[in-house]
Design a protein around this ligand. Structure first.
Ligand code: SDX
Length: 425
């Protein structure tokens, strides 16, 4: 629980003074409780929630100035290199890394929920084959709410916890089937003898004609690390969407579908796809300089750069870049887009325009190059992000439901018409 500091901010308003309590967390800035501003007939005003703490949480801490990202206190670079994705899932859900026994039990639980109801497979047929994979994901993940609604009691912790397992387990199956549907190949069912990342890549790339398809362990390890690097990120737009939808008591599968929708935007999770399209458009190193001029005149944004919170390096981008080097070297791939990306980064980090605006590479800048090396098509990049972030979304949903909460209902500054009557009728 946050600590009342005994400190207060004093707001002077219309000749009166309003005491606003200040609370401290364990890390990060103190917060000013502004709810009493309403009693003085005012709202606070913070479009885009630039300086608003919408909730209290123990899951993830970010220090944007220092480029720090902790999940339950553990730095992201340690989790990405010393733990696997399912251990990180367990940590986000339960607050501690699993013991060997707990890991074995958790992995088995997830493995036993990777299948989806056979009717779910029929939803895909309503989409054109060239539908964007994120449009399909919004639909099919939301459709799970139809299969897990009757009898679901959001007040029942057991119902909430099995929902988390089902979503972590089933979203990879639906993500792989989304890809299969768009390339016209038959769905490949999950297997219980493969690890989480292996199972996903197996469902993505195996075909009935290739019964002995084996997932390259280098790719499985890279995929697992990419999942970990995307698992959670505090109160970002899609997580805040899931919390807001969840605050009405809505079905959790529908809430996760809302998170998928929010993530799709190019300003958020859609950036990884946009980075590859941008690199394609630039084409060659000699085109970087003129492209940067278009960025400075604001004709285009440098996708994969900048962040609402990080005004320093995104620690995930550092690990992603190292992984990029490792995977491409291990696979013997000499991808010119990596050289192009590194040249873009070099120029940006030495250019006053970017330095002045604290624009650094974020998690999306290098991820696409690795995903391409793994064989994932560009349009599937944000689906991968949604798959990995499902655990973050559901962890925040669980945390919100584990304590008393109010329905989220922001107000506004109204600048429309004052009251008027319909004339002449
Ligand atoms: C993710 O919130 C999270 O935690 C998200 C995420 C997560 O894990 O959940 O980290 C994942 O979404 C990462 C971000 C991916 N998005 C992109 O890479 C898209 C490109 N980036 C921008 O759209 C932008 O940087 C945002 C949206 C990420 C952040 O925008 P802000 O905080 O609202 O910053 P801003 O728009 O106020 O920018 C400040 C200045 C502006 O210039 P001035 O008006 O001061 O002259 O920086 C400029 C912006 O024009 N700017 C950029 C830029 N990003 C900001 N200029 C060029 N290229 C960019 N990418």
């Amino acid at each position: 629980m946050s600590e009342a500091t005994g400190k207060k901010a004093v707001l002077q308003l219309d000749g009166k003074e309003i005491d606003l309590p200040i609370y401290s967390g364990t890390l990060g800035p103190d917060v000013i409780d502004v709810k009493d501003v309403l009693a003085a007939g005012h709202f606070t005003f913070d479009p885009g929630f630039v300086s608003t703490a919408a909730c209290e949480s123990k899951i993830t801490f970010i220090d944007g100035g220092k480029g720090v990202l902790l999940h339950r206190g553990y730095p992201i670079d340690q989790l990405a290199t010393k733990a696997d994705y399912l251990e990180t899932c367990y940590l986000l859900l339960n607050g501690e890394l699993p013991t060997a026994e707990q890991k074995q039990e958790f992995d088995a639980k997830v493995r036993n929920h990777t299948m989806v109801h056979d009717q779910v497979g029929r939803f895909f047929n309503g989409f054109r084959r060239d539908a964007h994979p994120m449009a399909i994901m919004c639909g099919v993940v939301g459709a799970l709410s139809a299969f897990y609604h009757n009898g679901f009691d959001v007040e029942n912790i057991d119902h909430r916890e099995i929902t988390a397992i089902r979503l972590i387990a089933k979203v990879p199956t639906l993500a792989a089937w989304t890809y299969k549907y768009t390339v016209g190949q038959p769905f490949v069912y999950p297997r219980n003898d493969l690890s989480y990342a292996e199972n996903f890549l197996y469902m993505m790339f195996a075909t009935p004609a290739d019964r002995d398809y084996k997932v390259d362990p280098i790719l499985a390890k890279a995929m697992d690390r990419i999942f970990t690097l995307h698992a959670d990120h505090e109160q970002n737009a899609s997580t805040s969407t899931v919390r807001l939808a969840g605050s009405t008591g809505a079905n959790p599968y529908a809430c996760i579908a809302a998170g998928i929708a929010a993530l799709w935007g190019p300003a958020h999770g859609g950036a990884n796809e946009a980075v590859l399209k941008m690199l394609d458009e630039i084409g060659a190193v000699e085109n970087v300089a003129p492209f940067m001029e278009k960025v400075k005149t604001k004709e285009v944004k440098l996708m994969g750069f900048g962040h609402r919170v990080y005004k320093n390096f995104d620690p995930r981008a550092k690990v992603m870049k190292e992984t990029c080097d490792e995977v491409l070297t291990a696979l013997g791939i000499n991808d010119p887009q990596l050289a192009l990306a590194m040249e873009l980064e070099r120029i940006a980090l030495s250019d006053e325009y970017f330095i002045k605006r604290n624009l650094y590479p974020n998690v999306d800048f290098y991820s696409g190059i690795i995903l391409k090396a793994i064989g994932i098509p560009t349009e599937m990049f944000t689906v991968i992000f949604a798959l990995a972030r499902t655990v973050g979304w559901i962890s925040h949903w669980l945390e919100m439901h584990s304590a008393p909460y109010k329905i989220g209902r922001p107000r506004q500054l109204y600048t429309g018409e004052t009251q008027r009557d319909i004339q002449g009728r």
